[in-house]
Design a protein around this ligand. Structure first.
Ligand code: PRX
Length: 652
C-alpha cells in the first residue's frame, strides 16, 4: 500500500540556522534537541515536571499520565485555572502594564490592552456569565468577529470552568444550529456584526436564524456592540455586553479546576457529513500550547507576535489566545482580510507595530506572491525575526519567497504540522537549531513520538510513503469526540490499536524529516481549512433540484485545493448556468463561504462501483482536467464508465 503514497518532490536546498539566531537560541544544538526529545519520551516525568512546572498549578499532580488506550488523563489530580495562567500570573509577576493584546480593526480603529486591563475584562465578563446563570461545565457558543472580546469571552469561560465552543464568524446559521444541537450550549456570545472585506457580517442575525426553530437549549444571548447596525434584541433572552458588564465588578477569583476539566469543544470536518466536536481539557492543553509557543516561536519579553488566523480555528485558539498569553507575550490581533483596503495591508501592519514574529498560512503566502512584490517591498519589514507557516504543506517555491521577500533571508521559518485534534504543534523545526529545507515540517517536537507506517503497522524505509501516526499520547491531545467516544476510538485509534492515526500521508527523508503529502481520507484542505466532502454533498442534496452529488478537490494555485462538485439533477430539472450559480450560493449559505464550490459540473449519472461507492479517483481526474468550459448545459457522461465498472465487477 505504501506505493499509494508517492512523492514527486525532490528538494535538496538546506538552510542552517544563522549564527546570530543560534547565539541567542534557547536550545543550543541539534544534540541538545535530541537529548531533550529523548528525555521527553523516556523520562516524561522529569521533562514535564520541569517544563510544565513553570506554570501555576493550584494543586500539584500526583501522576503525570493515566493511559488507558485510547483514553488519556494528564497531570492527574492537579488543579489549575487556565485563565489565571494566561492573565493573572503575569500581573502578579509585576508585568501588569505590559501590552497583552494589540488590536487593529479592518476599518483602521485600534486598541491596546495591558495584562492588568485584560485581567479586569476577563474577570468582569466571567461575572457577567455567572450573573446569566452559567456554571462550570456548561457549554457556551462563541460567534464573534476578530475583536479582543473574542479572546476575553474564551478566557472568561475558562476562568469559571464553562466550556467554550467557538464557531468561525464566516460560518452560516445552519452551522451554528448543528453545533448548538451537538454541544447542548445554553448561551451564545456574539456581536451585532463584524467587518470583513469592507462589508458588515450580520452575526447577530445569523444567531437569531439559528435559534428560530426553538429546538436549542439556549437561554441567553450576550451581544457585543461592534458595528452599531440595527439588530433585533429579544427581551429576556438577549442582553448587551456593555449593559451586563456595567452591573458587575472586576473581582472574580480564579477557582482551580481538575486538570482534565473540559476547556473547549471545537468542531472540525471528518469523512462523514457530521463535523466532529473535538474536546480539549485544561492542564494538558495549557502545558502543550505554552511549551510549543515558548520554544517554537521563541517568545521573548520584547516580541510583538502576530498570528494571522481567526480565533474560530484551532490555530487561533492555541496561537492567538492560549499559547501566547500563557507566555505573557504581546500578541497582535487583526480583524480583517489581507487585501482590504489594499494588497499591502499585512505589511503595513508589520511596519506599524514592528511585528517580530509572524505566523501565517501557505494559502495567504501564495496570494501575496500573486498580488506582486511591490505591495510588500514598500514597507519596512526589518523588525521581523521569525516566520511560521501552518495549515497545509508549503510549496518549496512559496517557502523560498516567504524566506527571501518577507524574511529578508535572515528569518528562520518554522513550518508547523499539527491538527485541531493535536491541540498544539507536533512536527516543526526549532528556530536557531534545526536546519530547514523548503517544504518539510522537519522533526517531532518534545513529547511527540511520530512515525510513518505501512498497512501492516511496520515503519516504512527512508522516502517511502505511508500513514502518519503518533505512537504515544501527548498532553494536548484531544480527549474524545464530544458525545461520541465510539467514533473517537474508530477514527483515530482503530487502524493501529493504541496508536493515533493522523489522517495524513507522509514520508521521512534520509535525515528523518517528515514531508507531509496530504490527507488520506475524504477531507479537503481549502485555503488551509478542513472541509469534508460529505458535508458539501449533504448541503447539495438539500437543494430541491439535486438528486445526487459528489464533491472532490482539484489542485488550485492559491487555495491549495478548490472544491469541484458533480451533480445529477431530479427528473425534469434543466442544467444551466443559473442553476450552477444557485447551487454554489446554496452551499455557501448552508455551510459558509469557504465551502462554496468553485466548479459545478452536471452529470447524467455518477460513476460508481458495483457496491455503489462513488469512484472519486475518476472524478478527481476529470476535475483536475480543467475548469468547466462555459457551457454547463452539456452533461458529463459517466454512463459508459459506470457500465464498464459494473461489467468488470470492479470495486476500487
Ligand atoms: O493535512 C494536515 C494539514 O491540516 C490538517 C489539519 O487541519 P486542521 O485540524 O484544520 O488544523 C489546521 C491548523 C493546525 C492536517 O491533518 N496541515 C496542517 N499543518 C500542516 C499541514 N500539512 C502539511 N504541513 C503543515 N505544516
Amino acid at each position: 500500500m505504501s506505493s499509494d503514497f508517492k512523492s514527486v518532490l525532490h528538494e535538496t536546498r538546506v538552510f542552517p540556522p544563522s549564527e546570530e539566531f543560534k547565539a541567542k537560541a534557547r536550545i543550543s544544538s541539534m544534540e541538545e534537541y535530541k537529548r531533550l526529545h529523548e528525555e521527553s519520551l523516556n523520562s516524561p516525568e522529569t521533562f514535564w515536571g520541569r517544563e510544565a512546572g513553570e506554570l501555576k498549578w493550584q494543586q500539584p499532580w500526583t501522576q503525570l499520565l493515566d493511559w488507558k488506550p485510547p483514553f488519556a488523563k494528564w497531570f492527574v489530580g492537579a488543579k489549575v485555572n487556565v485563565a489565571e495562567n494566561c492573565v493573572d500570573r503575569h500581573v502578579e509577576a509585576g508585568r501588569g502594564d505590559k501590552v497583552a493584546i494589540l488590536w487593529e480593526g479592518e476599518p483602521g480603529d485600534t486598541r491596546s490592552i495591558t495584562y492588568s486591563q485584560l485581567k479586569d475584562e476577563v474577570c468582569k465578563f466571567a461575572n457577567v456569565l455567572k450573573a446569566q446563570g452559567i456554571k462550570a461545565g456548561d457549554r457556551v457558543l462563541i460567534y464573534m468577529p476578530m475583536v479582543p472580546e473574542a479572546a476575553v469571552a474564551m478566557l472568561a469561560c475558562a476562568r469559571i470552568g464553562a466550556v467554550h465552543s467557538v464557531v468561525f464568524g464566516g460560518f452560516s446559521s445552519e452551522s451554528i444550529k448543528d453545533r448548538l444541537h451537538d454541544s447542548g450550549a445554553i448561551a451564545v456570545v456574539t456581536a451585532d456584526g463584524g467587518y470583513r472585506r469592507g462589508k458588515v457580517v450580520p452575526l447577530k442575525a445569523n444567531v437569531d436564524t439559528a435559534l428560530s426553530g426553538g429546538e436549542s437549549k439556549v437561554e441567553k444571548v450576550i451581544v457585543l456592540k461592534r458595528t452599531g447596525q440595527d439588530i433585533a434584541m429579544q427581551a429576556g433572552r438577549d442582553v448587551w455586553w456593555h449593559a451586563a458588564e456595567a452591573e458587575v465588578d472586576a473581582n472574580c477569583p480564579a477557582e482551580g479546576f481538575d486538570s482534565e476539566h473540559p476547556l473547549f469543544i471545537l468542531y472540525t470536518s471528518g469523512s462523514t457529513g457530521k463535523p466532529k466536536g473535538i474536546l480539549h481539557t485544561s492542564g494538558g492543553y495549557l502545558a502543550g500550547t505554552y511549551l510549543t509557543s515558548k520554544y517554537i516561536f521563541d517568545m521573548r519579553d520584547d516580541d510583538v507576535y502576530w498570528c494571522t488566523a481567526d480565533v474560530g480555528w484551532i490555530t487561533g485558539h492555541s496561537y492567538i489566545v492560549y499559547g501566547p498569553l500563557a507566555n505573557g507575550v504581546t500578541a497582535l490581533m487583526y480583524e480583517g482580510a489581507p487585501d482590504t483596503p489594499h494588497f499591502g495591508r499585512f505589511w503595513e501592519i508589520v511596519e506599524k507595530y514592528k511585528v517580530t514574529i509572524l505566523y501565517t498560512a501557505p494559502t495567504a503566502i501564495r496570494a501575496f506572491i500573486k498580488w506582486g512584490d511591490e505591495h510588500v517591498t514598500k514597507y519596512d519589514l526589518s523588525s521581523l525575526r521569525l516566520l511560521g507557516s501552518v495549515g497545509e504543506p508549503i510549496n518549496p517555491e512559496a517557502w523560498m519567497w516567504y524566506h527571501q521577500v518577507i524574511g529578508g533571508g535572515r528569518c528562520p521559518i518554522v513550518d508547523t504540522w499539527w491538527q485541531t485534534e493535536t491541540g498544539a504543534i507536533m512536527i516543526t523545526p526549532l528556530p536557531g537549531v534545526t536546519p530547514t529545507k523548503p517544504g518539510t515540517a522537519t522533526l517531532p517536537f518534545f513529547g511527540v513520538d511520530a512515525a510513518v507506517l505501512d498497512d501492516d503497522g511496520k515503519e516504512v524505509g527512508p522516502n517511502e510513503g505511508g500513514k502518519l501516526v503518533i505512537r504515544k499520547p501527548w498532553p494536548s491531545m484531544l480527549r474524545t469526540i464530544y458525545g461520541d467516544a465510539e467514533r473517537y476510538e474508530q477514527t483515530y485509534w482503530g487502524t493501529y490499536p493504541g496508536i493515533y492515526l493522523a489522517g495524513d500521508s507522509s514520508r521521512r527523508d534520509e535525515d528523518g524529516y517528515f514531508w507531509i503529502m496530504g490527507r488520506i481520507d475524504d477531507v479537503l484542505n481549502v485555503s488551509g481549512h478542513r472541509l469534508g466532502t460529505a458535508e458539501v454533498e449533504s448541503a447539495l442534496v438539500s437543494h430541491a433540484s439535486v438528486a445526487e452529488a459528489a464533491a472532490v478537490g482539484r489542485p488550485d494555485e492559491i487555495k491549495g485545493q478548490a472544491v469541484v462538485v458533480f451533480v445529477t439533477l431530479k427528473a425534469g430539472v434543466e442544467a444551466n448556468d443559473g442553476l450552477a450559480n444557485e447551487l454554489k450560493k446554496h452551499v455557501g449559505n448552508v455551510i459558509g463561504a469557504i465551502a462554496r464550490p468553485d466548479d459545478v459540473r452536471f452529470a447524467n449519472v455518477l460513476p460508481k462501483t458495483r457496491s455503489g461507492k462513488i469512484i472519486r479517483r475518476l472524478l478527481k481526474e476529470v476535475a483536475a482536467g480543467g475548469q468547466v468550459k462555459g457551457d454547463t448545459t452539456t452533461l458529463e457522461d459517466f454512463g459508459a464508465v459506470a457500465a464498464l465498472m459494473q461489467s468488470q465487477g470492479k470495486d476500487e
